[in-house]
Design a protein around this ligand. Structure first.
Ligand SMILES: [Zn+2]
Length: 443
């Protein structure tokens, strides 16, 4: 699950879970041992938090091996389960600035650059456009577009915006990866010590390293068994990447991502094995473990562009199902519940079980837009995320303590079984959820 970005305030605390119910779980043969093995492998310290530069490649290799063992096929056009594509890692390697003749502290300068070297001085050749963000300015409205400017620009920011600037600087540090090759232009943002003007003298020199990476989704296909329905696709997905290494807490620096989202990735593997065995799929099923969700959803964006959204009947994106939900055990929630009839279809297929799919209880968290379902949802696909996380109060979220020991594997197995049973009408081609007409916008 991606972080909630700049300026969004968290509202309200979660209510206590409602009372325990008599369990009557969904009936399937999904193997609890398989779930435990896959979950523990992905969340192991050996995979170092599965960030692009720590253990993502090893995680991908493991998942491709699982798809091979299960007997899935590569996506048409690919020769393996790896769906490879480029991404760019961008790091500022040196940066110095002066404003009004005085050196600016390093933490008060941000450089976003697609050029390896920048050397600017007021009045000198090649000087950038200078923009002043004064004390009365609306910081977000003025600075947001300048971060995406396709020209050289130097932004001098009044000291009254210090707090917002600090958040911007922290956010930029988390965005050192890009899906697209950056434009050969640069934008620098300087928090000044005194109210600046367009003619305040300055100097700025900076170096940037721009590295092209090859990253990969792991995709496996179970072709539809009914010729009339096989062109229709159902996607089961989760992201296998996580945030890697953090500053150590009590000697532990690995953010294992056991819940986020080894739990969902485990579900994808278990569901692939289940549907391979049960042979109910009139429709073609695509199982995908996405890369690079945490750094911007690059994996699902690339994957979605390789599909014809009109042929995708539904997407089950599974994101953080390892802990008990605020509705108690035997329940999960669906993001964007009211945007299609996906949720009611799932619930109807669960008849005879006490498992419940609830609407997302945290709309203020914008979870519908914070995971890999959002790209296809914006293209009209009934693409929803299924989760159990109590995110407003989840202290383990994006911490070094998101470990297997904090999960309830029994409940997680029930959630996966419920997805297997509740999706059977969609898998068999007898249920077709309504399209999403208006995915809306992240606020
Ligand atoms: Zn996350």
């Amino acid at each position: 699950m991606k972080r909630l970005l700049l300026g969004l305030l968290l509202a309200g605390a979660a209510q206590a879970a409602v009372g325990q119910k008599a369990a009557k779980p969904a009936k399937t043969k999904i193997d609890a041992k398989l779930i435990e093995r896959v979950e523990k492998t992905l969340a192991d310290d050996k995979l170092r938090g599965r960030a692009l530069n720590t253990g993502a490649a090893e995680a991908a290799q493991f998942l491709a091996g699982e798809f091979q063992r299960i007997g899935l096929q590569p996506l048409p056009g690919l020769t393996s389960f790896e769906q490879k594509f480029p991404a760019y890692e961008i790091n500022t390697t040196s940066l110095q600035a002066t404003v009004g003749g005085a050196a600016v502290p390093r933490e008060n300068v941000v450089l976003l650059s697609g050029q390896e070297q920048v050397s600017w001085g007021s009045g000198q050749a090649g000087a950038p456009r200078v923009v002043v963000v004064g004390p009365q300015a609306d910081f977000r409205r003025e600075v947001g577009p300048l971060m995406r400017a396709k020209e050289n620009v130097l932004v001098l920011i009044d000291p009254t915006h210090a707090a917002t600037f600090k958040r911007l600087a922290a956010q930029v540090q988390h965005s050192a990866f890009r899906a697209e090759k950056p434009e050969p232009t640069s934008a620098a943002f300087i928090l000044t010590a005194a109210t600046p003007t367009e003619t305040t003298p300055y100097q700025l020199t900076g170096s940037t390293s721009i590295k092209q990476l090859e990253i990969k989704n792991i995709v496996g296909v179970l072709p539809g068994r009914d010729a009339a329905k096989a062109a229709e696709q159902v996607v089961f997905s989760a992201h296998y990447d996580h945030i890697g290494i953090l500053p150590a807490v009590a000697g532990d620096s690995i953010a294992n991502g056991a819940d986020d989202d080894a739990s969902g990735t485990t579900a994808v593997v278990a569901l692939a094995e289940h549907f391979k065995r049960t042979k109910q799929n009139a429709r073609t099923l695509i199982f995908v473990a996405f890369t690079a969700e945490e750094i911007g959803g690059f994996g699902s964006q690339y994957f979605s562009k390789q599909l014809d959204p009109a042929k995708v009947v539904a997407m089950f994106n599974i994101e953080m199902i390892g802990k008990v939900s605020k509705f108690g055990p035997g329940a999960a929630f669906i993001t964007g519940f009211d945007k299609s009839d996906f949720g009611p279809i799932l619930q109807r297929n669960l008849q005879g079980s006490t498992f419940k799919f609830e609407p997302d209880p945290y709309p203020e968290q914008q979870l519908f837009y914070r995971s890999d379902n959002a790209t296809l949802a914006r293209l009209g696909v009934p693409a929803h995320s299924i989760s159990t996380d109590q995110i407003p109060t989840d202290k383990l979220y994006h911490s070094v303590d998101d470990e297997v020991e904090s999960l309830d594997l029994k409940n997680m197995t029930e959630v996966i079984r419920a997805i297997a049973v509740s999706s059977r009408g969609i898998v068999a081609g007898t249920d077709t959820p309504t399209r999403i007409q208006d995915a809306g916008q992240r606020k």
